[in-house]
Design a protein around this ligand. Sequence first.
Ligand code: T5A
Length: 214
Amino acid sequence: MADESGFFITLEGIEGAGKSTVLPFLAEQIEALGYTVERSREPGGGPLGEALRAIFLNSDLQLDAEEELLLLYAGRRNHLRGRILPALAAGRVLLCDRYEDSTIAYQGGGRGVALERIEELSRWAGITRQPDLTFWLDIDPQMAAERIRDRRPDRMERENIDFFRRAQAAFARRATEVPERFCRIDASQPLPQVQEQLRQALLARIPVRSLRDE
Ligand code: T5A
């Protein structure tokens, strides 16, 4: 959008990569650059998205890839119209835990849906805005699985390790397909080092804003 002055930043990676852990740190770093930050997540991002998230992650339900896609894109359209675009138009930074790259990784890589099919649905749903910057927390799927070993698994976390390997490989492909916005972070390192990588990457890509927008 021509009148936008905000930034759309996403965090991506397989479960256990550390996205939720680093999100508050990243928000603080962006605020220190002079921006107002709005945090969000997918599935989620508003009342409709959160309701759909509960369905999406419900282990009692059996959904096929197409049903997953339809739920995700209903939520994404509502999230984009209701929160993301208004935040960007107001000059804020919209910091989101997962977005469309997750669909390409999980439904595309993990479930085997063709990328063209996902792109067609995305166009149909009116997903006109992609992130300006994506931090991909890259980690070996086995190491990531060990980090979340003691957790009660949701519907997606019940998938086997090969599913997450395929999702991981799809994220790696994304990094080569959209290198202008994909920023790889080595998420296997201890937390302080992961945070330092994020801080440096942010400083290199997002300009300091001298006055707060609100
Ligand atoms: N999904 C989502 C799709 O299939 N398609 C889509 O289009 C979208 C948008 C979302 C699920 O939906 C799927 C993907 C997911 O399966 P979710 O609850 O949002 O579900 O799942 P995740 O985003 O994967 O959340 P997780 O909590 O599982 O992973 P995180 O946030 O990456 O990991 P985090 O921060 O919780 O950390 C896990 C553990 O590791 C430790 C933490 O303390 C925590 O215990 N940790 C570290 N330990 C050592 N060193 C570090 N550097 C560490 N960083 C974190």
